[in-house]
Design a protein around this ligand. Structure first.
Ligand code: SF4
Length: 502
């Protein structure tokens, strides 16, 4: 985010000239294994004597949503403490550190970010002293109209303490003229555009909200207390509730603001009538299969993606092999539907450290072999169907195809459990520029040749939507597969044909 705001200084407002003009997202090289990266996971808890430790457990379950920094803020009705650091949740929050976070309320955040904006300054929760009191905020997603909002706030005298877009929300709250704090929050949220699942804390209250389109997931859980009020929990994914032994209650609705106080839970819709566009890539890749998001189990969606893929693009083969871990559930569905044996023909080393999640080409080349190894006796002489969840640049897929062929496979057929990724994401997912997305620049046949597979097929968009159906009155965002963005504020340069900017 640092570079993003530096870039905004003196930036002309082009919105009057070009409908879709907006700010330039801080694009970057993608991570070592050529996967798209989620940027955050959030947790909040109200009414637990060891709130920090509970949030720690929740963040631990959400570690897949971000590994570069983490933070926990707690409150006890009087004081608000906040500790954050760079690294994994378990590395930052030792027993000693957790003991410095007293209170019965807490919020937490785990973050993935790009090299340039990994600074501790932008790790969350951020704590901001405002005219409405001390507020801590943790945010999953990306705002897309923040350039305009930030400039306006600065003209009105706002002094920003970080370069994080999350602070914009706090500054909007501080500058709101609404009567009560909850009205100020509702007023602020209605002024911002983009993706946000937010947890917020003051000295004595917890707030949770989702943007009106419901891009990112956020759920409410409950821990029953026989001797007093229940403990209320919020988390980006329901898998966090399992570790906390909390019961999943429901999703926070798109456009809903929930407040938890000593007196209980209250809620209001601060925005209505905006079509839902939840991120379908959460079902394809980001969320854990043991989570229920947008009203549907991720496992069920991925299994159906595999089955649908087999129906749409079956091919004669001896064995179905998933690219672990994210291709496993779709691989199982594919194998069962096709009646072809499922085998773990690629083994993933789960102990590769964060050192190897650096966005540098040098390490990426090395990282694939470090992460995956073929099981020769399962692949030798076989016609193999490889199942993966995406092809981003194509370089990793080519290495995996070569690896499987090098282990003796007679044929390698790659099947992808979503449509071709043709456009970048502006809603909280770290995506390469359009020019670096192989599917934005090559036909499927050209990609097949590039990755050296015997055949290549993607799941159709209709097939993907059908596979994820059954959720909460779902509308999904599918912009990375279509280039049709549900919000107006996207980077016009990125929606031009990739060839125009190469
Ligand atoms: S553009 Fe793609 S990754 Fe981004 S929110 Fe939409 S579906 Fe998700």
């Amino acid at each position: 985010m640092q570079r993003l705001f530096q870039g905004l200084a003196g930036m002309p407002d082009r919105s009057s000239q070009i409908k879709n003009a907006g700010w330039r997202r801080n694009q970057c090289d993608c991570a070592a294994d050529d996967k798209l990266r989620e940027e955050c996971g959030v947790v909040a808890i109200h009414g637990h004597p060891e709130a920090a430790r509970q949030v720690y457990l929740g963040l631990y379950a959400l570690q897949h949503r971000g590994q570069e920094s983490a933070g926990i803020a707690t409150a006890d009705g009087q004081h608000l403490a906040n500790i954050k650091g760079m690294g994994l949740v378990s590395e930052i929050f030792t027993d000693d550190v957790l003991s410095k976070l007293p209170g019965h309320m807490a919020i937490g955040h785990t973050r993935y970010s790009t090299t340039g904006d990994s600074a501790l300054l932008n790790a969350q929760p951020i704590r901001v002293e405002s005219t409405k009191g001390l507020i801590a905020i943790a945010h999953n997603g990306n705002l897309v109209n923040l350039g305009n909002v930030r400039s306006r706030l600065e003209r009105e005298g706002a002094y920003f303490q970080t370069t994080s877009d999350s602070e914009i929300i706090v500054q909007l709250i501080a500058h709101s003229k609404a009567g009560t704090l909850v009205d100020c929050i509702a007023d602020s949220l209605s002024q911002i555009e983009g993706a946000f699942s937010i947890v917020m804390m003051t000295r004595d209250r917890i707030f949770a909200a989702r943007d009106p389109r419901g891009f990112r997931p956020l759920s409410i859980g409950r821990m029953k207390n026989p001797d007093g009020p229940d403990t209320i929990v919020f988390a980006s994914e329901s898998c966090a509730f399992d570790l906390l032994r909390a019961e999943f209650e429901r999703d926070v609705l798109p456009g809903e603001l929930v407040m938890v106080t000593e007196d209980g839970v209250t809620s209001r819709q601060y925005a209505t009538g905006i079509p839902q566009s939840s991120c379908i890539f959460e079902h394809v890749y980001f969320a854990r299969p043991d989570s229920k998001i947008f009203g549907r189990w991720v496992q069920a969606s991925r299994d159906e993606m595999g089955r649908q893929l087999a129906r749409e693009s079956g091919v004669a083969a001896d064995v179905v092999v998933p690219v672990p871990d994210s291709g496993v559930t779709a691989g199982l569905g594919y194998a069962e539907q096709a009646g072809i044996p499922f085998r773990f023909g690629l083994i993933r080393n789960h102990y590769v450290g964060r050192t190897f999640i650096e966005p540098e080409q040098r390490v990426r080349d090395f990282g694939v072999r470090l992460k995956l190894n073929p099981v020769h006796n399962l692949l030798e002489g076989k016609r193999v169907i490889l199942i993966d969840d995406s092809i981003i640049r194509g370089t990793t897929s080519r290495k995996i195809v070569r690896m499987v062929r090098g282990a003796g496979a007679k044929e390698v057929h790659l099947r992808i459990s979503c449509p071709p990724t043709v456009s970048p994401c502006f809603y909280g997912v770290d995506t390469p520029r359009k020019r670096d997305l192989i599917a934005a620049n090559k036909s499927i046949e050209e990609i097949r040749r590039f990755i050296e597979a015997d055949s290549l097929a993607y799941l159709s968009l209709e097939g993907l939507l059908k596979s994820c159906d059954g959720g909460e009155r779902n509308g999904f965002c599918v912009a990375c597969y279509t280039g049709n963005y549900p919000t107006q504020w996207v980077d016009v340069d990125e929606i031009l044909p990739a060839t125009a900017s190469v």
